[in-house]
Design a protein around this ligand. Structure first.
Ligand SMILES: Nc1ncnc2c1ncn2[C@@H]1O[C@H](COP(=O)(O)OP(=O)(O)OP(=O)(O)O)[C@@H](O)[C@H]1O
Length: 303
């Protein structure tokens, strides 16, 4: 379990993480989502003691990371997969890590098997593909058989097979009762992997809810209607819970009604329809809407 309590980190005038409180529960995959620069990596670095909070605290399995006698057995982290690129073989890299933490060689073989690295364990890490490097980073995080796993952008740049592997691995770890905390800037990926999602924007928590709740909240009930009689249709279906937006001269977006309701009302009133399209906001749209004011660097799209 990870408990963030009023956690704050400032760099000079810049507040990277702004007074966040949240609990990451065991037995679940929790997605940590936010646009670039939202403060995800800084939060994760504070959890594993690589950055010191300006104020507030990050507690893992009941203690601050630095106060654990054998932190590798408590928390495994993959924070920067590129950091493991060395001239060593994967096996020797893991063996060196294990040796410095008093972890037996047997465990090195176990994590190699666990992450499917058997075939490449004798190869130099410098020549690894991104996917293999990611597996090696996860193998290293698993060395101490930790109850809590923290993975920063574990699927970034992976091919579909690699993405699927990380997703299944994360789910398996959660099923074993571990706390699994993954960051990503892709809502679509998190929606398929996580049970719970925490959304960060400009260092603040924008949402902290089960994936199912976020999915339900994201579904928009709206219909796009093309008709040569837009004013009559608007008068007909208009009401207190209905929003009507003119998109083009003969194109309306009707919110709050289903396509069936609009179609039947139009038929009864003899209004001609040329198009009737239900619109469902994707989860990605909901996420963009949630974070649009909180993106640090906005790309201007010229029209
Ligand atoms: N060492 C540092 N010194 C100064 N500013 C920093 C430092 N580390 C991070 N920041 C700033 O803090 C903010 C949060 O950065 P952070 O890397 O935590 O975001 P992130 O959500 O992980 O983004 P990304 O997806 O790009 O990794 C950014 O504005 C970043 O520029």
């Amino acid at each position: 379990m990870i408990q963030l309590e009023r956690l704050t980190k400032t760099y000079g005038a810049k507040t990277a993480v702004n007074d966040i409180s949240a609990t990451v529960q065991p037995g679940k995959v929790t997605g940590f989502l936010g646009p670039n620069g939202a403060g995800k990596s800084t939060t994760m670095r504070m959890i594993v003691g690589l950055d010191r909070p300006t104020s507030g605290s990050a507690i893992v399995n009941g203690k601050r990371y630095a106060d654990h006698r054998a932190p590798l057995h408590e928390v495994g982290a993959l924070l920067d997969a590129k950091a493991v690129h060395t001239g060593r073989t994967a096996y020797n890299h893991l063996l060196a890590m294990a040796a410095t933490h008093g972890i037996p060689t047997k465990r090195v073989h176990e994590v190699i098997a666990l992450t499917g690295l058997e075939a490449v364990a004798g190869k130099r890490v410098g020549g690894f593909s991104l996917g293999m490097g990611q597996r090696l980073g996860i193998a290293a995080a698993m060395l101490g058989d930790p109850a809590t796993l923290i993975l920063d952008e574990p699927v970034n740049g992976l091919d579909p097979e690699g993405v699927l592997w990380v997703r299944q691995f994360a789910r398996q770890l959660a099923a074993e009762g571990r706390t699994v905390f993954l960051s990503s800037h892709l809502m679509s990926e998190m929606a398929q992997t996580a049970d719970h999602i925490i959304v960060l924007g400009r260092g603040r928590i924008l949402a902290d809810a089960p994936v199912q709740d976020i999915l339900t909240g994201a579904t928009r009930n709206a219909v796009r209607v093309r008709t040569p009689q837009p004013d009559q249709l608007a008068n007909l279906v208009g009401g207190p819970d209905v929003t009507i937006t003119g998109l083009e001269a003969q194109l309306l977006e009707v919110g709050g009604l289903t396509a069936a309701q609009v179609g039947e009302a139009a038929a009864q009133a003899g209004i001609v329809l040329h198009e009737l399209t239900p619109i469902n906001a994707s989860l990605e749209e909901a996420y963009l809407a949630l974070t649009q004011d909180d993106v640090e660097y906005r790309t201007e799209i010229s029209r």
